[in-house]
Write a protein that binds this ligand. Structure first.
Ligand code: MF3
Ligand code: CO
Length: 259
């Protein structure tokens, strides 16, 4: 279902989004070489509770995962790109970590993801991969305004990623968001301008370009039935914001509190 949020609901979405952005920023600052993924999950749980919100992940049980996710955040390391299940693993120098967080507060959900390097970067290609997803996200947000179509966002993402020579997988992408984390419309990370649902004020969207360095094929980690990895073992990155369509353009809801 496509939800069009009232101005009051968008206001609440601003509060939820700000909390998501701030939690992710705090996690980024706290994470160091040696941090355990289970610690990140625990910190997230405390910050969600402290913010008066609830997790969208704990009970989440879609067809592509093995039972309820049971954790508060996705922690995807190196070749893992989406749905990385937190487990007893300490981060090493140069690891590329993607964190993806969705919560609901006062009836409105918000969803965002960041990728960053832990410790000292090892290969400039890692930073380039992250940068490409960030530029793809910015390009999609730049074209998100009333009257534009979902296909315009898909095309903007595709143009940035393919200009850098990355293959694109369209099995998972962005989505509408509102009272729950996943709503229609689906936002593919490649597509045709002018096609698809026409954007209007009050629509909230989670836009999430993600990329694998040298393949478009995913494999599910057999040990947890959730974590999606690149089929070749190459590195990956993922960046996501929740935005709200305004009368004239769009507003990013998942920016952190200014420090
Ligand atoms: N937040 C993800 C998305 O952007 C979904 C993660 S589902 C999980 O759509 F349960 F695996 F965490
Ligand atoms: Co999402």
């Amino acid at each position: 279902m496509i939800e069009i949020m009232t101005p009051d609901e968008v206001d609440r979405g601003r509060v939820t989004g700000r909390l998501v952005g701030t939690i992710l920023q705090t996690l980024r600052t706290r994470t160091q070489v040696g941090t355990n993924l289970l610690e990140i999950d625990e910190w997230t749980k405390e910050m969600i509770r402290g913010g008066g919100a609830t997790s969208c992940y704990i009970d989440y049980a879609p067809s592509f995962g093995d039972g309820p996710f049971g954790h508060y955040i996705c922690t995807s390391v190196n070749d893992a790109v989406l749905h990385g299940m937190p487990h007893d693993h300490r981060l090493a120098n140069g690891d590329l970590l993607s964190l993806d967080l969705a919560i609901v507060k006062d009836g409105v959900a918000s969803d965002a993801a960041i990728s960053f390097l832990v410790g000292t970067p090892r290969d400039p290609a890692d930073a380039a991969l992250i940068d490409a997803t960030e530029r793809a996200l910015a390009a999609a947000i730049a074209v998100a305004k009333p009257g534009a179509h979902i296909g315009d966002l898909s095309r903007a993402i595709e143009d940035v990623l393919s200009a850098d020579g990355y293959p694109i997988n369209t099995e998972f992408g962005g989505h509408g968001i509102g009272s729950t984390m996943h709503q229609d419309p689906h936002i593919s990370n490649a597509g045709r301008a002018g096609r698809g649902y026409k954007l209007r004020p009050g629509l909230m969207l989670a836009i999430e370009p993600w990329v694998m360095a040298d393949t478009d094929r995913l494999v599910t980690d057999p040990t947890d039935g959730w974590t999606l990895r690149s089929a070749t073992g190459c590195r990956t990155a993922h960046t996501e914001h929740t935005i709200a369509l305004t009368e004239t353009g769009s507003e990013i809801l998942t920016l952190p509190d200014p420090v």
